[in-house]
Ligand binder design. Structure first.
Ligand code: 3PG
Length: 306
């Protein structure tokens, strides 16, 4: 039984060591494909794999067709928009994620970006503080909950909107639940995005929604670039010179954003939210354990495809 770790953006070594221990401890073989630059390398590597651990690596119909022995793909992380679920189901391949395992790391980075932005990207000028400001958490999943916890330490007023999470659950965490995205953006100085990229959410963060935010607004994106309507973001930031945008997922129009909005826009060169030793260990080892439990016992607890 061969388990392939295919990570264009590698895990910390300590996490790979942990994965190896789980996989070899179960009597399976571990193969590593890290920092690959060409899809062909992935297609070759999956040919004899029974299981694959990935991060944001694309597993599409072509990859699945090349993986003749594949039984399971585990996305070591939260979002699985990089896996073609329908093609996996058609190929009889189980797809799982490892929910919650990297969420603290992402939440901490959201605050790193937030402080960086309100302190004017450390350019020496006088910025503002987070204390007393209204923070809107857009989607109250594992990352959103961690953001709420940390925001309380900053003494922020915390609001959240989640289309699928009942208000009582949000309020139980000491967070004010609002009943629409519009109300959230209208109320908050800072909005932190934690929605997945789905058919419904793609391009949903648009001009009309963002323009509801008060003067001096800041949008922090540690979710997905696809949820932003990029042309409308440009229009908004052209009109609203008070508006700042910081993101951990470089937009397709990065060069244009940099040129037009220098001093109000920042994107990390590579998605860094989950890139900590702790998150790598948590998500990587969880992925390895889920594979072993699936192959040995048929456990499908974290399956995301039908
Ligand atoms: C996730 O969905 O878990 C995060 O976006 C992290 O992605 P990464 O594993 O590519 O860093």
């Amino acid at each position: 039984m061969k388990v392939l770790v295919a990570t264009e953006k590698p895990f910390a070594k300590v996490a790979v060591d942990g994965i190896r221990k789980e996989v070899e401890g179960a009597g399976f073989e571990l193969a590593l494909l890290e920092k690959y630059t060409d899809k062909k390398q992935l297609l070759d590597a999956v040919a004899d794999a029974d299981a694959i651990i990935i991060r944001s690596d694309i597993v599409d119909a072509e990859v699945l067709a090349a993986a003749k022995q594949l039984k399971i793909v585990v996305r070591a992380g939260a979002g699985y928009d990089n896996v073609d679920l329908a093609a996996a189901t058609a190929a009889g391949v189980c797809v799982m994620n490892t929910p919650g395992q990297n969420s603290n790391a992402v939440a901490e980075l959201a605050f790193g970006l937030m402080v960086y932005a309100v302190r004017n990207f450390y350019n020496g000028t006088s910025g503002t503080e987070l204390k007393g400001k209204r923070l809107g958490i857009h989607a109250f999943g594992n990352v959103g909950r961690n953001v709420a916890r940390i925001a309380k330490g900053f003494d922020m007023e915390v609001y959240a909107y989640d289309a699928f999470c009942p208000a009582e659950v949000i309020e139980k965490e000491g967070v004010k639940a609002v009943d629409s995205a519009e109300a959230l953006y209208e109320a908050c100085n800072v909005v932190s995005l934690h929605i997945p990229a789905t058919a419904e959410t793609k391009n949903s963060i648009n001009y009309a929604l963002l323009n509801r935010m008060p003067k001096g607004a800041l949008l922090v994106n540690t979710a997905r670039k696809e949820v932003i309507n990029e042309p409308e973001m440009v229009k908004l930031m052209e009109e609203r010179t008070d508006f700042k945008y910081v993101t951990d997922i470089m937009p397709a129009n990065h060069a244009e954003m940099l040129e037009k909005f220098a001093g109000r826009y920042f994107a990390t060169p590579k998605k860094m939210g989950a890139q900590t030793a702790e998150a790598n260990i948590n998500a990587g080892i969880a992925a390895a354990r889920q594979i072993v439990d699936f192959i040995k016992n048929g456990n499908e607890r974290f399956r995301v495809n039908k």
